[in-house]
Unconditional design. Structure first.
Length: 167
């Protein structure tokens, strides 16, 4: 990896071209629109603020009441380097994350990815909602994300209920 000065010079050079600002603004506007859309689609689910990130990920969380009781939430995440949207089941803290990780580790988790327990990992279960999204076709992207998120939410409610029986 380059030293900080070299990295900042490269960053400055890329900023001078102007493409990064356009792309970043477009991603933030899209995430803001998705957050507003999900908030209106799920008025009974509290929605967090948008976390802008460090050009690595941008996300917001929604919390179905059944998950809130378990100190869990669902994050809708855009991963900048991978150019994809994911959905994550997350705990409100590392202790909750570990409890559900251990429970899910002993279950059939329906093809979802069980995240490793590491200091910088915030998810318990993950799935890719949309790889290589077309930001020029927001209506189709929004519809596909909505459909896949609906399925993820229903699956998480079922898996969490089953995990509570495993205790």
């Amino acid at each position: 990896m380059a030293d900080l000065q070299s990295a900042i010079q490269e960053y400055t050079s890329l900023l001078q071209k102007g493409e990064i600002q356009v792309a970043y603004k477009g991603i933030m506007e899209t995430m803001t629109m998705l957050r507003s859309n999900f908030e209106s689609m799920y008025p009974e689910y509290p929605t967090s603020s948008l976390y802008f990130g460090y050009m690595d990920m941008t996300y917001f969380a929604i919390t179905p009441p059944e998950l809130k009781r378990e100190k869990l939430k669902i994050a809708i995440v855009y991963l900048h380097p991978s150019m994809r949207f994911e959905a994550w089941l997350c705990g409100t803290n590392k202790s909750i994350q570990r409890i559900f990780h251990d429970r899910f580790n002993a279950m059939d988790i329906k093809g979802y990815q069980l995240s490793p327990i590491l200091p910088d990992v915030d998810s318990i279960l993950e799935t890719i909602l949309l790889q290589d999204p077309d930001f020029n076709d927001l209506p189709s992207m929004k519809e596909m994300l909505q459909k896949r998120l609906d399925g993820f939410i229903q699956d998480m409610l079922m898996l969490v209920a089953a995990a509570n029986l495993v205790q």
